[in-house]
Design a protein around this ligand. Structure first.
Ligand SMILES: Cc1cc2nc3c(=O)[nH]c(=O)nc-3n(C[C@H](O)[C@H](O)[C@H](O)COP(=O)(O)OP(=O)(O)OC[C@H]3O[C@@H](n4cnc5c(N)ncnc54)[C@H](O)[C@@H]3O)c2cc1C
Length: 466
């Protein structure tokens, strides 16, 4: 039996590749090291519908071949990289979009690209409540599997799961199910959607997502410059303690990143580190009034200055300084940027900010490397970043990533928190066990075993073999 010819029978020759280059490219992810030989898949398959996915999973179960689901492979905790030979199942072709304004929801294929979807909705006056830095390429299936709203502040408008009415899923045994509702009210009690949205891709392949239409907001924008990260952090604490309306987005960059990002975006060199934020409301006046309340909290901590931005163009220029910085640093140096995700308690945000400035200090492998700090500071989520030299050998790069994840785990254990982006397993499995105990881990393992007894779908994610 040839895996490739069996897959061709299901999806046709056109949508199966066994070319070595496709197999390698389709198994790599955003990690800086190359694939090991045992990670190279047998084939890449690109099904066009749920029925084909069902047949692929039935075949994989019969032959006990692992299936690794792949969106754009931008997940940052290693979940998209296979650890053993298998089939890569690409969801790229599941890109249909239906917008049902009379039902107040849209349905999109899991392969829809986040930014393209956001722009289509925007054209009709709606907002997509999902905003990862990778949105130009990230797909809805991967994003929903991790249930990440990304830059969006949880305390402002919530996570994707707050808007998803239901999903269509192919279970690991090939059964196809629909969850949730076509109404505006989500199920009370058992809601199968919750097994898959934020399910880390363990329990099924999401093929379609039904999500509420969220009316676009009016926005107002500001940037605050601080010469001291401690004051900046205290300003954010105040925003919460003084019961201010949380902005939709509130990002920060340290002084070094700010300087580089502004230069790359053609903006004049600023002084200090920045916080940039977007306040929202039903009217411009409401958004501006909310912005003023947030500014009051920040101003109480003596920023160098606060600029009220005139509109979306000024905002986009500064936001792009924030969004391009990672790739810019990599392009300029030939190195790889990598960050940890530290989620402190609000109470300790200033101390944690200091800790994240010193995140790499004393680490045997990464300790001497160039590092920086950026954050979804309004969401109280910090990303101490680093540049891993491109000329290090693969093993050293792997060790560097492990070292970073261990340090991240230490801090999140200390705060009793957990990652709010990038999923809970793969490189974070050992953290999960320490955080929730063997009992918590067994609970997930038992669910996985019940739904996927042959461990066909995305094996290795739960086990942390990445
Ligand atoms: C430059 C950059 C910036 C980023 N910024 C952010 C950010 O700001 N916030 C944030 O949260 N994350 C961010 N990320 C990571 C983020 O998790 C991903 O970008 C994105 O959400 C995943 O989409 P993807 O299509 O790449 O999924 P993939 O990486 O392909 O998949 C992610 C996981 O979901 C599984 N999966 C994929 N599709 C399906 C499906 N249809 N059914 C079941 N399982 C599936 C995969 O097997 C894998 O386990 C960033 C990544 C990069 C590279």
């Amino acid at each position: 039996m040839s895996i490739v010819s069996e897959l061709e029978k299901i999806v046709s020759e056109e949508f199966v590749s066994s070319a070595l280059i496709d197999r390698i490219v389709s198994a790599e992810d955003s990690y800086p090291y190359e694939l090991r030989e045992e990670e190279v898949p047998y084939a890449v398959v690109m099904p066009g519908c749920k029925e084909e996915i069902s047949q692929i999973l039935r075949f994989a179960n019969k032959e006990k071949v692992p299936v690794f689901v792949r969106g754009s492979a931008t997940q940052l905790a290693g979940a998209t990289r296979p650890h053993t030979h298998g089939i890569i199942l690409s969801i790229d072709r599941l890109n249909k979009l239906d917008i049902f304004e009379d039902y107040n929801f849209f349905e999109c294929g899991a392969g829809c690209i986040v930014l393209q979807l956001a722009q289509k909705l925007e054209g009709l006056g709606y907002y997509l409540p999902v905003h990862p830095g990778s949105r130009r390429i990230a797909r809805m299936g991967g994003t929903v599997s991790n249930n990440t709203s990304a830059h969006i502040i949880d305390a402002s408008i919530g996570k994707p799961s707050d808007y998803i009415l239901g999903v269509e899923v192919v279970l690991p045994n090939g059964d196809i199910i629909e969850t949730g509702t076509k109404g505006m009210r989500r199920p009370a009690g058992t809601d199968l959607t919750k097994f898959f949205v934020g399910g880390d891709g363990l329990l099924g392949v999401i093929t379609k997502i039904r999500m509420m239409l969220v009316p676009a907001f009016k926005s107002s924008y500001a940037v605050a410059y601080f010469n001291n990260l401690n004051s900046m952090a205290r300003g954010v604490q105040r925003m919460y303690y003084e019961k201010r309306p949380k902005p939709l987005l509130m990002e920060m960059m340290d002084e070094k990143m700010t300087r580089l990002g502004f230069k790359a975006s053609g903006l004049p060199a600023p002084e200090g580190a920045i916080i940039l934020f977007e306040s929202i409301g039903c009217s411009r006046e409401e958004a501006e009034a909310k912005r003023e309340l947030v500014i009051q909290s920040l101003e109480a901590e003596n920023p160098i200055k606060v600029d009220r931005l005139k509109g979306i163009d000024e905002w986009n220029a500064i936001l792009s300084a924030r969004e391009v910085i990672g790739s810019l640093l990599c392009q300029e140096s030939g190195d790889y940027s990598k960050a940890a995700e530290v989620i402190p308690n609000l109470k300790y945000l200033p101390e944690a900010t200091e800790e994240c400035v010193n995140f790499y200090q004393g680490l045997p492998i990464c300790g001497s490397l160039d590092h920086y700090l950026y954050a979804h500071i309004g969401a109280v989520s910090l990303h101490p970043g680093i540049l891993i030299p491109g000329d290090w050998d693969g093993e050293k790069k792997r060790q560097a990533i492990t070292e970073i994840m261990e340090r991240e785990a230490e801090l999140n254990l200390k705060y009793g928190s957990c990652g709010g982006e990038w999923g809970q397993f793969s490189k974070r499995t050992s953290f999960f066990i320490r955080r929730y105990g063997k009992e918590g881990y067994e609970f997930v393992k038992n669910i996985k075993k019940a739904i996927d007894p042959n461990n066909i779908l995305n094996p290795g994610v739960l086990e942390g073999y990445r």
